[in-house]
Design a protein around this ligand. Structure first.
Ligand code: 6PG
Length: 470
């Protein structure tokens, strides 16, 4: 009896996904590398530990693992992105045959996926870069799955992926073919960029409520609790309020955690991708750089001594303003994310269906939210930038003044709210009929003779001005 599919890599995510597959009745082969004294008998131990895996077969020899699989072989890689994934693919491919399907369920860079898919296609192997979101819990109980790459390969594995995915509001699996090449990993990367900004926004709202309004973490949790029955409801709001309620030895757990945020690189990739397509992504960039600044703790402590400020509480600051500011900022964040995907999709010819992608993001993933449900129907009938949609216009009209008010208070209290500021500035920059870029054009022409166009002149004429008088 051969196994239906194989999982390579039994870290936390790989084990969770294997247990999910096992629970759904698949005959599995599990492989984990053997590293003397570090990783030994990992697959066999997982099989001994988890009930769902008791009928699985464990290997630490790659050849026997591949030979244990039914053909066409289906293998899911759950190893670290980067060199580890590349090395594993190089070891696996000589053991595989034409028609087999190889999926990468890690957070690979989409350009690596484009290249790998291209090479393996020429060898007759179907390669899929599968974005998988939902953390440990998602992998175990139902993640959101974003497969991209070989469509033929996808058709072979779709029933499996769909059976282990989370379900959307209509009971459909949160798994859909995103597009060819690196489309799946690109979508996951942008998901993470959006995730960074959503997390940063919540931490900024928390800091305004904590330090400008003067609420305790418990009270702030109550404010967030009130949002869970509104359009602001999301998985990240849920976990944030749970975090804020936790105490240990009579102290808030949040107050014992070092304020220095980590990252594994996908947010930086999203910002790099936005820049490479010339798409403004001020919020995602602000969120990423906020993490970097938080990491420079020695500088922050030094400057805090120099700029020591007297924060006075402003209890009049309404939570309705905060709610409106938060919602309008989230929309700008989503607009940025979808705009990056639209640009990549156009450039690579991926034809990403944003309604389908939104549906995939309605459950199982980290950015699942009430707002994402709206996007599923919105994108079904909209083929332009999100920010131009009438639904968004309404939220900007109702939320922007609140956002400016919050930013005013935050800056006079010297709080750090770069994402809220970026959202407001995005709206300013995106809505000015005569922004200050005319001065930039003049400067470019002054020192570099780069030329400029004139207002009202629809021709292609490039003008220069004799700026230097001597
Ligand atoms: C998910 C998450 C996940 C992400 C980690 C680490 O969708 O399940 O986005 O894939 O990679 O949470 O992210 P950072 O370490 O960069 O915060």
């Amino acid at each position: 009896m051969k196994s239906q599919l194989g999982v390579v890599g039994l870290g936390i995510m790989g084990t969770g996904l294997s247990r999910n597959l096992g629970r759904n009745g698949y005959a599995l082969s599990l492989f984990n590398r053997h590293l003397e004294g570090v990783e030994e008998r990992v697959a066999l131990r997982a099989i001994d530990t988890y009930e769902e895996l008791k009928s699985a077969r464990g290997f630490d020899d790659l050849t026997s693992f591949v030979e244990s699989l039914d053909t066409p072989r289906i293998i899911i890689l759950m190893v670290n992105a980067g060199a580890a994934t590349g090395e594993m693919i190089s070891s696996l491919v000589p053991l595989m045959s034409k028609g087999d399907v190889l999926m990468d369920g890690g957070n690979a860079h989409y350009l690596d996926t484009v290249e790998r898919e291209n090479i393996l296609r020429h060898m007759g192997i179907h390669y899929l870069g599968c974005g998988i979101s939902g953390g440990v819990e998602g992998a175990l109980n139902g993640p959101s799955i974003m497969p991209g790459g070989s469509l033929e390969g996808y058709e072979i594995v779709a029933p499996i992926l769909k059976s282990i995915a989370a379900l959307d509001l209509n009971g459909e699996p949160c798994c859909a073919y995103i597009g060819p090449g690196g489309a799946g990993h690109f979508a996951k990367m942008v998901h993470n960029g959006i995730e960074y900004a959503e997390m940063q926004l919540l931490s900024e709202v928390y800091s305004v409520l904590r330090w400008a309004v003067g609420l305790t973490p418990d009270h702030i949790a109550e404010v967030f609790k009130g949002w869970t029955n509104t359009e602001a409801a999301s998985y990240l709001v849920d976990i944030t309020l749970n975090i804020l309620r936790e105490k240990e030895d009579d102290q808030w757990v949040i107050d014992s955690i070092l304020d220095s945020a980590g990252n594994k690189g996908t947010g930086a990739w999203a910002v790099q991708a936005a820049a490479s397509f010339g798409v403004p992504a001020m919020m995602i960039t602000a969120a990423l750089h906020a993490r970097y600044l938080s990491g420079q703790r020695h500088i922050r402590i030094h400057l805090d001594d120099i700029t020591r400020k007297q924060n006075k509480k402003d209890a009049s600051l309404g939570t309705t303003d905060l709610f409106n500011a938060y919602q309008v900022s989230r929309l700008i964040n989503y607009h940025e994310g979808f705009a990056i995907i639209r640009a990549a999709s156009a450039q690579y010819g991926w034809e990403i269906n944003l309604s389908q992608l939104s549906a995939v993001w309605t459950n199982g993933c980290i950015i699942r939210s009430a707002m994402m449900n709206q996007f599923t129907s919105l994108w079904a009938t909209w083929n332009d930038e999100l920010i131009l949609h009438p639904y968004i216009k309404g939220i900007i009209v109702s939320g922007w003044s609140s956002l400016r008010r919050i930013n005013h208070v935050a800056s006079s209290e010297t709080l750090f709210t770069p994402c809220l500021v970026a959202a407001s500035q995005y709206i300013s920059g995106a809505s000015l009929r005569y922004p200050s870029a005319n001065l930039i054009q003049a400067q470019r022409d002054y020192f570099g003779f780069h030329g400029f166009k004139k207002i009202g002149d629809r021709s292609d004429t490039v003008y220069h001005f004799p700026w230097k008088k001597d």
